[in-house]
Structure formats: C-alpha cells, structure tokens
Design a protein around this ligand. Sequence first.
Ligand code: SF4
Length: 63
Amino acid sequence: MGKATLHKSACILCYINCGIEVEVEDGLMKRVRGDKANPKSLGYICQKAGQIGRAMPMIASCG
Ligand code: SF4
C-alpha cells in the first residue's frame, strides 16, 4: 500500500465546475472531496461527484 497524494482539480460532470481534491493511492482514485480553497464552490460538491471515487476507482491521470 503506497502513500496517498492529494491533487486539486475541477469536476467536469456539469457546467458549474466545482473545485475538487482527489486522493490518489497506488495510481487509483480513492476519494473525491470539495476544495474549500476554491473561491467559487467553497468546498461544495454534490452527491454525484462525491461518489466518483467509490463508483469508479480508476487509474488517475492527474500529475
Ligand atoms: S460537483 Fe456536482 S454541481 Fe459541482 S460541477 Fe460536479 S456535478 Fe456539478
């Protein structure tokens, strides 16, 4: 089990593009949460985006 890293990005599931933080471990997306530092969404994400990590564990493409 590797060390988890956190990557900032934006949700692209709808036009609002909320700021998100993606937790990645061993190349897999483990969890998605709202980015409180994002000036537009202020940490908010809807339930759809919050389930991404659980529903679709995938190889992370973020740096
Ligand atoms: S978190 Fe929800 S509201 Fe925000 S961009 Fe993604 S789908 Fe849209």
